[in-house]
Design a protein around this ligand. Structure first.
Ligand SMILES: [Zn+2]
Length: 77
């Protein structure tokens, strides 16, 4: 894929960090190969990468740090 499905922006291959939700758990996985839209930031993953992410959140091989993540609910002003 070379253009973004949503905004038609240019999509480039890069390593990115991914917020991956697994049930009620939120894991952040870093250094994930993805194709990222330069314009809107939409991330595209290959099927195999996505499988790897699912495996990693269930059986974390390497936890490099632990952060607590605040999740906020949007509300209009
Ligand atoms: Zn885009």
């Amino acid at each position: 894929m070379t253009t973004c499905y949503f905004c038609k922006g240019r999509v480039i291959e890069q390593l990115t960090s991914v917020d991956f939700r697994w049930g009620d758990d939120l894991k952040i996985i870093e250094q994930v190969p993805a194709q990222v839209c330069e314009q809107c930031g939409e991330k595209y993953f290959q099927a195999q990468v996505y499988k790897d992410l699912e495996r990693l959140v269930q059986h974390p091989a390497t936890i490099i740090c632990h952060r607590s993540v605040d999740v906020l609910q949007y509300s209009a002003a």
